[in-house]
Design a protein around this ligand. Structure first.
Ligand SMILES: Cc1cc2nc3c(=O)[nH]c(=O)nc-3n(C[C@H](O)[C@H](O)[C@H](O)COP(=O)(O)O)c2cc1C
Length: 380
């Protein structure tokens, strides 16, 4: 039943919904999704029915990560729901976990609009949001509200909170940046199982100071000292040479970091044809092999000392499986949902089981790292 429903939903999305919304400006589609999703998720019986149709359930998908037992290894990546506005809608699509944020210590207006530009032929979005969000205090209040028993369905999935440095005119030196992260970490302490430190947003005027090993070391020392109850994950850049990237991984290993999410938006825009007047960095297909290769190298370097989540250009089960066999325990997506629609998560989950079992693995998690030794593919 689930397979048929997902196929019907995919056809309805690609032939009916997508042609209409892809004629609208992507900023408006994003704003409408958050606005209308906010009230729509109150229709809890409808959401529960949709969730049971869209979700692919199979014990072979059960994944242990970060001390959690997840119904599948697929998660929503950071960025789609910065202020925890539509958790019920996102949960309905069948993810095993969600990521909210990125959130910053101060309320952040982000960059001037437009924030998004679509590249349909490249299955990519040019993103230039600059971390617009309502601030850590507001998100903390929202999470406390959702934890209230009157919203039982809205917090049923494990989730990560992504924290970034505030992108505004008040941003100062490195020390100020560290204090900014720590203020968010303290405000959100205890409100999620996982905290993701986004050190790699490429769309800010404050830059990416913490993708330098010394600066990262200082930041993580301060976070160690703040000692949040959550496990810590780092959101890594996609565009550093391997030697530099490996140094960042080594710094993470020296601190209380449990995992890495690989990777953020791609800054090198040579992979696509794009008007230079359009500002921003690439999601989707242009990040796919880049991130899989980072997973592979990081897995070979760090082994099981870090839990890896592969993120970038995951649109089908093969893309997800490539990240898993390269060494990712978890796989996240953002653009896949936009380009393929809400049934994509269940479809990928179903394909993952078939791919793992064709390789002789009883569970998808058994396939983690099984092809990490295979030579790298050329990164486009
Ligand atoms: C609409 C949108 C907003 C994003 N905002 C954030 C963000 O706030 N924080 C973050 O760490 N990454 C953000 N990203 C990057 C994604 O989390 C992800 O790293 C990147 O898009 C590659 O994954 P994808 O190909 O599945 O989209 C955003 C991406 C998109 C498409």
């Amino acid at each position: 039943m689930g397979t048929t429903a997902r196929r019907a939903m995919t056809t309805a999305y690609t032939k009916g919904v997508k042609p209409v919304i892809f004629r609208m400006h992507p900023d408006r589609v994003h704003d409408d999704m958050v606005r209308h999703g906010g009230w729509a998720q109150r229709l809890t019986p409808v959401l529960a029915a949709a969730e049971s149709l869209l979700t692919h359930s199979d014990p072979a998908l059960t994944t242990e990560a970060y001390g959690l037992t997840l119904r599948n290894p697929l998660g929503l990546g950071a960025g789609l729901d910065k202020n925890v506005a539509i958790p019920g809608i996102l949960q309905m699509t069948g993810f095993g976990f969600l990521t909210f944020g990125s959130v910053t210590s101060r309320v952040c207006a982000g960059n001037p609009r437009p924030w998004f530009h679509r590249l349909p032929a490249d299955e990519s979005l040019v993103v230039h949001v600059g971390l617009a969000n309502g601030g850590a205090e507001r998100v903390a209040a929202r999470l406390r509200e959702l934890a209230d028993a009157s919203h039982p369905r809205l917090t049923a999935l494990p989730f990560k909170l992504s924290v970034a440095r505030t992108n505004d005119a008040l941003a100062g030196d490195l020390e100020e940046g560290i204090e900014d992260y720590v203020a968010s970490v303290r405000a959100l302490d205890g409100l999620s199982p996982l905290l993701e430190l986004n050190i790699s947003c490429p769309n800010t005027t404050v830059g990416e100071a913490f993708t330098e090993p010394d600066a990262l070391d200082r930041l993580l020392a301060a976070v160690d000292q703040a000692s949040p109850s959550q496990r810590i994950v780092l959101k890594m850049p996609s565009d550093k040479p391997w030697e530099h990237f490996r140094d960042l991984v080594d710094v993470a290993l020296d601190h209380r970091v449990d995992g890495l999410t690989l990777a953020n938006l791609r800054k090198d825009r040579d992979a696509v044809t794009l008007d230079p007047a359009i500002r921003g960095n690439l999601s989707g297909r242009p990040v796919r092999e880049l991130s899989t290769e980072l997973v592979r190298r990081t897995y070979l370097h760090a082994g099981d000392r870090l839990t890896l989540a592969g993120l970038g250009g995951v649109f089908d089960g093969r893309h997800a499986y490539d990240k898993i066999t390269a060494g990712a325990t978890l796989v996240e997506l953002v653009s896949g949902l936009i380009f393929r629609g809400p049934a994509v998560v269940g479809t990928i989950a179903e394909q993952l089981v078939a791919l793992a079992q064709a390789d002789g693995f009883a569970r998808v998690q058994d396939a983690v790292g099984s092809r990490a030794e295979e030579p790298a593919r050329t990164v486009a």
